[in-house]
Write a protein that binds this ligand. Structure first.
Ligand SMILES: [Zn+2]
Length: 403
């Protein structure tokens, strides 16, 4: 079993009436007010303690109507923001950081308010969120592709309500001790990412690039053009810039979703995953938009592979990308290819799709690399890599991680 303690953030768009959004604006303003007021009190009462600041929150609630409307824990969360800023300032001073120490400033454009475990409720089907404090913003529909059903209500530790470029959002911060039973499959896989397919694995299976990413790339390009055509400083340009911001957000959300789903699927179906070290690959800069979108999708995919590897107690290794496409996965000989050569043909009789060949090389490299790692922690007996040995290798490493 793999143990992993982590904070998961699941974001939804909040769908409500225009008037309800204005209420959220008020909630955010109240949070900012509390934060700034706390900071002011601290500046005027040097040497005061944390407890004093929390006491101030309660006093503020009685003194100012709108501060009183905000849920008491949300009020404290706002005060905490000021306190964190103060503490960070002191830490910087203590560490004798050169330059600005980051003296806490009064905020004017706060975009979010944070609720803890009270002041809100989820509907039974967990598709609606209702705010229940003095502001009474009411019920919002949660729009998003993720599911809250998977988590126990007491695992939701905070909800951050955010005013974004394209609407209002709720981020659920979920604290989970993930104890996923790792079902060993006996499978090992090497993964080659590319432009033709999102990835091709060492078994020759492919996952296509999601079509919406290409569609979004087009929409992005159009929005970018619109911005450049508008006169600088004009209202229309401002509008176009806003539109572009919204398109960017949409792409990044789609990409994240895709990366999470794909990585989870890979980790669940294999005990050992080797992938190309994309950071190295990404150093080759490419100005093409479609390519840059794929690059970002790949690096997110890699991050989630690593993450789920920990959660499920599987081995995930990044291997350097050199020669993975040029070498023969059958005999190891160098078979030079240009970018347009789609098939790998070697004198040894190996004929494979180019990416399939690369996937197999990546797997072999990864296994070799993992063996070196295992050797250093005292598993020298494992050095052959049939599937049954691999099973052993995975079992050895997971039992270690739960010691
Ligand atoms: Zn060969």
């Amino acid at each position: 079993m793999g143990y992993h303690h982590c904070m998961i953030v699941i974001e939804f768009k909040l769908k409500g009436k225009a008037q309800q959004y204005r209420v959220i604006d008020e909630m955010i303003r109240a949070a900012q007010f509390v934060r700034n007021k706390t900071l002011k009190y601290w500046i005027e009462n040097q040497g005061c303690k944390l407890v004093d600041l929390y006491k101030q929150c309660a006093i503020m609630a009685k003194e100012f109507e709108w501060a009183g409307k905000l849920n008491s824990m949300a009020r404290q969360a706002s005060a905490q923001r000021a306190i964190f800023a103060i503490q960070r300032f002191f830490a910087n001073c203590k560490a004798k950081k050169p330059g600005k120490k980051g003296f806490p400033l009064f905020k004017k454009h706060t975009r979010s308010v944070e609720y803890k475990t009270t002041g809100w409720a989820l509907s039974a089907d967990k598709r609606c969120l209702t705010f229940k404090d003095g502001f009474a913003a009411g019920k919002f529909k949660l729009v998003g592709s993720r599911d809250l059903h998977y988590y126990a209500p007491d695992e939701i530790k905070r909800i951050r309500v955010i005013r974004g470029a394209d609407g209002y959002f709720a981020q659920f911060c979920i604290n989970v001790e993930r104890k996923e039973e790792s079902v060993l499959t006996g499978e090992a896989v090497g993964i080659d990412v590319g432009l033709n397919h999102f990835y091709t694995d060492s078994n020759g299976d492919t996952v296509p690039n999601p079509r919406y990413l290409r569609k979004s790339a087009k929409a992005l390009r159009r929005a970018q053009k619109r911005v450049s055509r508008k006169k600088k400083g004009s209202r229309n340009r401002k509008k176009a810039v806003n539109e572009l911001g919204r398109k960017h957000l949409k792409v990044s959300r789609q990409r994240k979703d895709f990366a999470i789903k794909t990585a989870l699927c890979v980790v669940k179906s294999s005990d050992f995953v080797a992938y190309e070290d994309l950071q190295v690959k990404n150093m080759i800069k490419n100005r093409k938009l479609a390519k840059s979108i794929s690059d970002a999708a790949w690096s997110q995919f890699a991050q989630w592979l690593e993450y789920y590897g920990k959660v499920y107690g599987k081995i995930v290794v990044a291997v350097p990308p050199q020669y993975t496409s040029q070498n023969c996965s059958g005999c190891g000989n160098l078979v030079k290819k240009t970018l347009s050569t789609r098939t790998h043909i070697c004198g040894c009789g190996t004929v494979l799709d180019r990416d399939h060949n690369a996937g197999r090389n990546i797997l072999a490299k990864g296994l070799k690399q993992a063996a070196i790692n295992l050797n250093t922690v005292g598993h020298t007996e494992i050095n052959a890599f049939g599937q049954s040995d691999l099973y052993l290798l995975v079992a050895a490493s997971t039992s270690k991680s739960t010691d």
